[in-house]
Write a protein that binds this ligand. Structure first.
Ligand SMILES: Cc1cc2nc3c(=O)[nH]c(=O)nc-3n(C[C@H](O)[C@H](O)[C@H](O)COP(=O)(O)OP(=O)(O)OC[C@H]3O[C@@H](n4cnc5c(N)ncnc54)[C@H](O)[C@@H]3O)c2cc1C
Length: 383
């Protein structure tokens, strides 16, 4: 009998498996229908021996010391600050928009102070900011919105930014200095030997059994367990009772090139040209030394694996209905990006999983104290 059946071996499932197994001596079975652990963060060496991220670039960044320290038990880190260029009007310029972006784009030599005035002169102040379009136009005006955001967002989401919640473009700042870092979090680093190695280390505990290529429904009636932790899509769990929660998906086209370097930055965005949104060159992320280089193109699409919950008010309403069902389902805990229908980064999912673990401990039913020989007290008492 397993104490826990954990569905999904991504960050949500693996953090909980690790905590429950190592800290409270629970017997855990973790299943994933994919042929590998690590969920969307899965990386592997391709046929040419280059470390690539199968499901697109995953850059680790967090302000949470707890999350960083927790993960540091399972990996060493390689310091890494992410940079992105956008291909606009035949030039490649920094994004988020900063002083260099504007000077290069318009052939100017503004100072930071002058750039503030420039933004103020082109901005179209909005009284009420509701959509993704409002966020950008309010800050940098319509021309820069059209050059950098409008078409990128349309490609990415399949809808115009004027119909998309403000949260999407609010994630991208605008700067008047020359800071070209994509993220400004306190901790920015990549797992030294990759994400999958980090997950292997998390899951290598005698209390954890890993089962891949398995949908949890195949084993529900065969393998007994006490409680379930579910990190798959919440609508699927309830057989789409209220309809499908909309997701945006991606097609990844991986390519290896017979040259040591392909592009001028780890990621180049293509807001206006091409069907793909961006190209990532993995060696920048991993620091790997190799005579060839591997890249991935991202083509957004409607069908396929669920990647991005579509942030529209009606979808939030639909999710609320599923959340009510989830809250009323005994002995099943819903956690992670798909089970809570939220656009979470990796660190947020780790934090969410650690919080759930603490709640389970507080509820008291999951603590199985050990005696000095590592046996549970229940087992000792039964002798
Ligand atoms: C293209 C892309 C780029 C991203 N880039 C970044 C980034 O740069 N930085 C960052 O912090 N975050 C990034 N993210 C977000 C990151 O991927 C997620 O935060 C994280 O992977 C979520 O972990 P999770 O465990 O919730 O979900 P997942 O990693 O999706 O894991 C869920 C697992 O559950 C399994 N599963 C589902 N249903 C079943 C079932 N019925 N039976 C068995 N198994 C099942 C799935 O196969 C999957 O492996 C990115 C996401 C995408 C899509």
């Amino acid at each position: 009998m397993f104490d826990y059946l954990i569905v999904g071996a991504g960050f949500a499932g693996s953090v909980l498996a690790e905590r429950l197994a190592s800290q409270s001596n629970n017997k855990v079975l973790i299943v994933d229908r994919r042929p590998h652990i690590a969920g969307n963060a899965y990386d592997h060496y391709n046929d040419e021996g280059i470390l690539v991220h199968k499901y697109g670039p995953h850059i680790f960044h967090t302000n949470s010391r707890d999350v960083f320290e927790y993960l540091s038990r399972f990996t060493e880190w390689r310091p890494y600050e992410h940079h992105v260029l956008a291909s606009v009007d035949g030039q490649q310029v920094p994004i988020p928009i900063n002083l260099d972006t504007i000077n290069k784009l318009y052939g100017l030599s503004l100072t930071s102070f002058q750039l503030e005035d420039f933004f103020a002169s082109v901005a179209e102040p909005k009284e009420y900011i509701r959509t993704s379009e409002d966020v950008v136009v309010n800050k940098v005006g319509r021309e820069l919105y059209e050059k950098f955001f409008r078409n990128y967002t349309r490609k990415q989401w399949g809808i115009d930014p004027s119909e998309l919640d403000k949260s999407v473009t609010a994630r991208v700042p605008t700067r008047t200095n020359r800071d070209a870092r994509y993220f400004t979090d306190t901790y920015q680093a990549m797992p030294l030997h990759g994400y999958t190695r980090m997950f292997e280390s998390m899951l290598s505990h005698p209390n954890i059994k890993v089962m891949l290529n398995t949908d949890y429904r195949e084993i529900l009636d065969v393998l007994p367990f006490r409680e379930m932790i579910y990190s798959g899509p919440v609508d699927e769990f309830f057989d789409y009772r209220y309809g499908k929660l909309p997701y945006r998906s991606l097609h990844f086209k991986h390519e290896t090139i017979n040259a040591p370097v392909h592009q001028a930055a780890p990621v180049v965005n293509y807001p206006n040209e091409h069907l793909y949104t961006r190209v990532t060159e993995f060696k920048y992320l991993t620091g790997q030394d190799h005579p060839k280089t591997s890249i991935v193109y991202e083509y957004p699409r409607a069908e396929g694996d669920p990647y991005y919950p579509v942030p529209k008010p009606e979808n939030a309403e639909l999710y609320k209905q599923y959340k009510a069902l989830a809250d009323a389902t005994p002995n099943v805990h819903f956690v992670g990006r798909l089970a809570t229908y939220k656009y979470y980064n990796m660190d947020q999912v780790v934090a969410q999983a650690l919080t759930l673990y603490n709640q389970l401990i507080e509820q008291g039913k999951n603590w199985k104290p050990q005696d000095s020989n590592g046996q549970t007290l229940a087992a000792v008492a039964a002798k």
